[in-house]
Design a protein around this ligand. Sequence first.
Ligand code: URA
Length: 427
Amino acid sequence: MHPVEFIREKRDGRAHAPEEIRAWIEAIAQDRVPDYQVAAWLMAVYFRGMTREETFALTEAMAHSGEVLDLSALGPTVDKHSSGGVGDKTSLVVAPILAAAGAVVAKMSGRGLAHTGGTIDKLESIPGFRTELGKEAFFRQAREVGLVIAAQSADLAPADGKLYALRDVTATVESEPLIASSIMSKKLAAGAQAIALDVKVGKGAFLKTLEDARSLAGLMVEIGERAGRRVAAVLSQMDEPLGRAVGNAIEVQEAIAALRGEGPEDLTELALALAEEGLALVGLPPDRAREALESGAALEKFRAFVAAQGGDPRVVDEPERLALAPGVVEVRAWEDGVVAELDALKVGLAVLRLGGGREKKGEPIDHGVGVYLEKKIGDRVKKGEVLARVYHRERGLAEAKALVAEAYRIGEAAAPPPLILERVRAR
Ligand code: URA
C-alpha cells in the first residue's frame, strides 16, 4: 500500500489489516519511509488508537524487525521489565532472587532516559563491570551462572528504536497501543518464556492514573500470551521514589543492602512480589523467592554475576567501593510536621541536573551523584532535621537542591501510600 493511503486510513479512523502493518513496519525498519510520513502516521494512531488485533500485529511485526533470540535451551527463563521510575533499582534485586530460586535470567536492559533511571547505567557504576556482551558470552554466562544482564542490542526490535525516537520528538509517546507494542516487541525479541512486568503509576511514572496503568498492563499481558509467552504484571506506586537512594552507585548500594536483608521495606516488598510472579509463571514455587533472599542465596548469586561480567565482587561486602561524589549538602526541614508528599518526578529531575542522567541519548553520566532520602511520606520531622542528602560535584547543585526541597511537602498527618496497587495475570 502507498504510504499516503496507509496514513489516510488511520487518519480517518479505519483499522489496518495485519499484512499492511507488517509491510509498513518492514519498510520503516529498512529506512524506506521518510520520517515525516512515519510521524504523521504516529499522530494518526495517537488520536485514532488501534484495535487489539492491530496492536498484536504491530507488536509481532516490530519484534520480528530484527533478531529474535531463542532462549529455549536454557531452561525456565524469566525476564522482568519496569515501565520506568525513580529510585527503581528493582531489577538488581529481582534478577538474583529469580536466578537463586531456580529460574534463568538472561536479560537485556536499557539506559536511563530523562528523569528515570536504567539498569545498565546502574550496573556500570560497579568498577570493571561490562555491559556490552557478545552473543556467545551472553549465552555462556546464562548457562554457567543463571544470570546475565547485557545492554540492549541494536539488532533487537530495531523498528522500535526508530519509532521511539520519532515519538519522543513528536509528542506521540503517550499512546497505549504504541507503548504496549514498544515494550512488548522488545520483550518478545529478547526471548524469555515468562515476563514479569512492573507498571508504575503516579507522579514519577509515565502513567499517572490507575485506570490507564491497569488497561496498559492488561493489553501487554494479552499480547505476550498471544505470542505464546507467560506474562503477569504488578501495578506499583511511583508517587514517591522507591527506596531511599536515587542515582546510580548509590542505588546499587541500596540494592546490595536489600539482598543482605537490610534494604528499605518497599524495595524488598516489590522485588519479592515480582520474583513470585515470575517464578509462578514458569511453574516454580513462589515461596522460593523469599527463601532465596533470606538464606543469602540471592546475594551470592549477585556476587557471582558481578564477577562473571568483570565487575569487582568486593562491592558486595564493601559498598564504599561504589564511589559516591565527594560533595554532600543537606536539605533540612523548614518546619515541624509529617512528610505529606515527596514528588518522585522532582527528585528524578534533581539527579538529572546533577549529571546522574542524560537529557540526550548517548551523553556520558556521572555515576557518583545522587540523592539519599532520609525522610519519606509519613515520616515525622522536626524543623532543622535532615530531609535528604545531595551527593554532587558542583554541577547543577543549586537547581538540584531547590528541586529536592520542592519535592517535599510537610503537612500535619500522612500515611505512606500503598506500594502494590494490583496484580494483573492472564485469564
Ligand atoms: N518504555 C518503552 O520501551 N517504550 C515506551 O513506549 C514506553 C516505555
